[in-house]
Ligand binder design. Structure first.
Ligand code: PGA
Length: 250
């Protein structure tokens, strides 16, 4: 049975965090969640990876929000998979729509990042999803298929990859996709992965939905057969809210 995976994405929020209270509360709920086959964690700004990783990576997932695909070199401002490895960080988001929109990330750069992470045994959380305009023009499947085909190109074993379906029109807008749309797209993602890699691998791939997930709507997604978890932005910033959301799932 596939695990359930709930990851909070802090983005560039929570400055100079006192992580003790947040971490302790997440640690408690994580211990209970694990017993129910639910893994929880947070993707934090890179400046906090060391501190939060040291304190809590044994208890819940601590993930990076982005990496460069090279391990070292003259890339001012970037962090590398090797650096994550040295901090014992085991997950990184790749290709979040904000990275694609504001920082020029493409399927091709995502592909390099995914390869580089896998080489270091770090699990990529690969974000895919269409814009509002693409959605309104009925292009969702075409766009997502290209993101998968190009983003996962030449990756041999993809069973450890997490794919997060995040329609751009639902991120931070309060306009979440209906469970029906989310399931249809996540099923499409799984069947595309089956076409590319076969059934055995696609059955192992964890697929998340993301976009305005909150405690009031999380259950409808988790109950869908092809949705194994959620990527949560705004509702993960407040620990009480995030814990309530996790409680809905376990
Ligand atoms: P949101 O963000 O939950 O605030 O919509 C989701 C995400 O960007 O992963």
């Amino acid at each position: 049975m596939r695990e359930k995976l709930i990851i909070g994405n802090w983005k560039m929020n929570i400055p100079n965090v006192d992580v003790t209270e947040y971490g302790n509360k997440l640690q408690s709920i994580s211990t209970i969640a694990k017993k129910n086959n639910v893994n929880v964690g947070i993707a934090v700004p890179s400046v906090f990876l060391d501190k939060i990783g040291k304190a809590f990576a044994d208890y819940f997932i601590v993930a990076a929000q982005n990496i460069h695909f090279e391990n070292k070199g003259a890339f001012t401002g970037e962090i590398s998979p090797e650096m994550l490895e040295s901090l014992n960080i085991k997950y990184s988001i790749v290709g979040h729509s904000e990275r694609r929109t504001y920082f020029g990330e493409t399927n091709e750069t995502c592909n390099k990042k995914i390869s580089a992470l896998i080489a270091k045994q770090i699990r990529p959380i690969y974000c895919v999803g269409e814009t509002l305009q693409q959605y309104e023009n009925n292009l969702s499947k075409e766009v997502v298929k290209a993101q998968l085909t190009e983003g996962l190109k030449c990756i041999k074993n993809i069973s450890g990859i997490v794919v997060a379906y995040e329609p751009v029109w639902s991120i931070g807008t309060g306009r979440s996709a209906s469970a029906q749309i989310a399931q249809e797209m996540c099923q499409f993602i799984r069947s595309t992965i089956t076409e590319l890699y076969g059934n055995e691998q696609s059955e192992k791939v964890v697929i998340q939905y993301g976009g305005s997930v909150k405690k009031e709507n999380v259950k409808q997604y988790i109950e869908c057969p092809d949705i194994d978890g959620v990527l949560v932005g705004g509702a993960s910033l407040d620990i009480e809210e995030f814990v309530s959301l996790i409680k809905e799932v376990i």
